[in-house]
Design a protein around this ligand. Structure first.
Ligand code: ZN
Ligand code: ZN
Length: 98
């Protein structure tokens, strides 16, 4: 399981979303686990904090409400950054077309 909280050392329990309800007033199902092998399955409402706007609109945080770490849009993701850079370049090239 890949932790959604990134490399942030502030968190003691790792978290991964198992089921995202997609409806605003329904909780998402999360898996929390610690390095010593404790597992919990809490249902938590989504974090409603949004990141700064980009050309793709405002970035929603993918984490749960009141999470301890940085918001998902502030967690550095080298692979994600690489992909978004490639998408940005591809879109820039398309913009230049007649
Ligand atoms: Zn973690
Ligand atoms: Zn958040």
């Amino acid at each position: 399981m890949l932790c959604e909280l990134g490399e942030d050392p502030a968190h003691t329990a790792h978290a991964a979303v198992l089921y995202s309800a997609a409806l605003a007033d329904h909780p998402d199902l999360w898996l929390f686990w610690t390095d010593d092998g404790c597992y919990r399955f809490p249902q938590l409402p989504p974090c409603l904090v949004q990141g700064k706007g980009s050309r793709f609109g405002r970035e929603a945080c993918m984490l749960y409400d009141q999470h301890a770490s940085r918001h998902s849009w502030a967690i550095s993701d080298p692979l994600g950054d690489l992909v978004s850079e490639m998408v940005r370049k591809a879109m820039d090239e398309t913009d230049d077309g007649p």
